[in-house]
Design a protein around this ligand. Structure first.
Ligand code: PHE
Length: 488
């Protein structure tokens, strides 16, 4: 059976080696890296020249919580120190000191030492000095573990606390020559075989009489990965394609907007709760971009103060300064109203898939930066059925066929409806939609109905890609992305 140069080198190494069994990770061969050695070993095994046995070993390293506790102290340590210091402490005071999460952990751990709350407080037991020293020992394990020293006491102290200590498994193989391997003779070294023919060799004919190295068509080679689009990018492209195919035009937009456009032009009252700091990122900038089309703001102010036609407006005094504050746009509906103002000749069908910003705390279901699939149709006979039909078509293209439209509220649409899909038995809120109110269209000089929608992209991606945590969409770990790409 033919052997590759790498296989010959490994076989040679094993034959020279005095001991019978060799660990794969211990093999050092000049000119070969770990992966090449490993694949040569596998081939030698497949060809019957060696036997291998897999061995697993584990070491431990500090997990994310372990790292935190290393610097700030274990929750149970912080708690016991406070308890000893004060004799007794109400749980809510402890919680105020070290935080509710840490208090929970401290309680669970202290319970193992027999310290349990009674009537809402933790008191220091007589043997608390002893408990303290045992917990301090535990704390000192963290430092050792950080330095890669794992002893069994340290490991058992943190058993069951996976975020404190994480197991790192490593694999190795023990390799032994088989009888066939021992008996195999090879008459020449790899170096004697010709790998390539150079022009010098041709001129001097030095290749004559030599043997050529054969190509091993079965030689294992490294996986080659082609470039992929990020899953979110490919979803965005797919969505773009759907709207472009329906004849929509992609609309431009800006991350930074005036509240006048982001909110006032959409008839969001100036004292609306969503305007307050917790939902909106306001900019402190001294330098302000040009306020495009300031003229529309007069009509907008009038709509807020007195209304339009038979609609009464909000009835307060419009504050023009408020309209001149800068924000990171909170929704892309701002791009819709701008685009329609710029292109007031119906029919107009526009869309965008763009980023918006919300002052939200980030968790498995929420992001502070997210994308919206926005769009609108401005046409003489645009109506609620047109809107529902468009939504149905759009989601059908993405594989969602079970849609419901439920009544909702947005200050700029009437009627308003939320789009809800049922997918694999689960209900997903996809986003909002509706028909722009006259208080929005009339100041913008629009004469016909505008149907509009703003839909979440990441929520959709979560369901399409079966993710448990919305933040995983922005995971940039290359291995994960490859695995993920394979899945979709
Ligand atoms: N702008 C709304 C949001 O951010 C969605 C929406 C767009 C609702 C257009 C109605 C019309 O959730």
């Amino acid at each position: 059976m033919d052997l590759s140069p790498g296989e010959i080198k490994v076989l040679d190494y094993l034959k020279r080696n005095k001991t019978q069994k060799v660990r794969e990770t211990g093999i050092e061969i000049e000119g070969m890296n770990r992966r090449e050695i490993s694949s040569s070993v596998s081939w030698l095994e497949a060809k019957g020249y060696v036997h291998t046995e897999r061995i697993t070993s584990s070491t431990w390293k500090l997990g994310p919580e372990g790292m935190t506790y290393l610097s700030e102290g274990l929750p149970e340590l912080r708690a016991i120190k406070i308890i000893i210091d004060q004799g007794s402490i109400p749980l809510k005071d402890l919680s105020a000191k070290i935080g509710p999460e840490k208090t929970k952990i401290a309680l669970a751990q202290l319970a193992k030492f027999g310290i349990k709350p009674s009537s809402g407080a933790l008191a220091a037991p007589p043997n608390s000095a002893d408990i303290l020293s045992r917990i301090e020992e535990r704390q000192s394990f963290l430092g050792k573990l950080k330095d890669g020293l794992s002893d069994s006491n340290a490991i058992s102290a943190f058993r069951g606390r996976e975020n404190v200590l994480q197991e790192v498994k490593s694999y190795d193989r023990v390799i032994e020559l088989s009888d066939a391997g021992i008996n195999l003779q090879f008459d020449h070294g790899v170096e004697d075989l010709l790998g390539e023919v150079t022009s010098d060799m041709l001129l001097s004919r030095s290749w004559q009489g030599k043997e050529f190295r054969r190509y091993d068509l079965n030689a294992p080679v490294e996986n080659a990965y082609t470039a992929y689009l990020h899953p979110l990018t490919s979803l965005i492209q797919k969505i773009r394609r759907i709207f472009l195919d329906m004849g929509f035009t992609e609309m431009p937009g800006h991350y930074i907007e005036y509240t006048g456009w982001n909110m006032d032009a959409l008839f969001i009252p100036q004292d609306h709760p969503a305007r307050e700091m917790q939902d909106t990122f306001y900019l402190k900038s001294e330098v302000k971009p040009e306020f495009e089309h300031p003229e529309i703001m007069k009509a907008v102010a009038l709509a807020h103060e007195k209304g339009v036609k038979s609609y009464r407006g909000w009835g307060y005094k419009f504050n023009m300064e408020e309209a001149h504050r800068l924000v990171l746009r909170t929704h892309t509906t701002v791009s819709t109203i701008r685009s329609l103002y710029d292109n007031p000749n119906p029919p107009v069908a526009v869309f965008s898939v763009e980023r918006v910003f919300r002052h939200e705390s980030v968790d498995w279901k929420h992001l502070a930066e997210l994308h919206q699939v926005e769009g609108a149709v401005y046409a003489k006979d645009a109506n609620l059925s047109t809107l529902k039909g468009l939504m149905r078509h759009f989601y059908h293209e993405l594989g969602f066929d079970d849609l419901d439209f439920i009544p909702s509220y947005y200050p700029y649409t009437e009627p308003s409806m939320d789009v809800v899909a049922t997918f694999n038995g689960k209900e997903i809120e996809l986003g909002g939609s509706g028909i722009f109110r006259p208080e929005v269209t009339i100041p913008a000089g629009l004469r016909y109905p505008v149907i509009a929608w703003g839909l979440g992209l990441e929520r959709l991606a979560m369901f399409l890609y079966d993710l448990k945590d919305i933040r995983d969409i922005y995971n940039s770990d290359i291995e994960w992305l490859r695995h993920f790409q394979a899945k979709i």
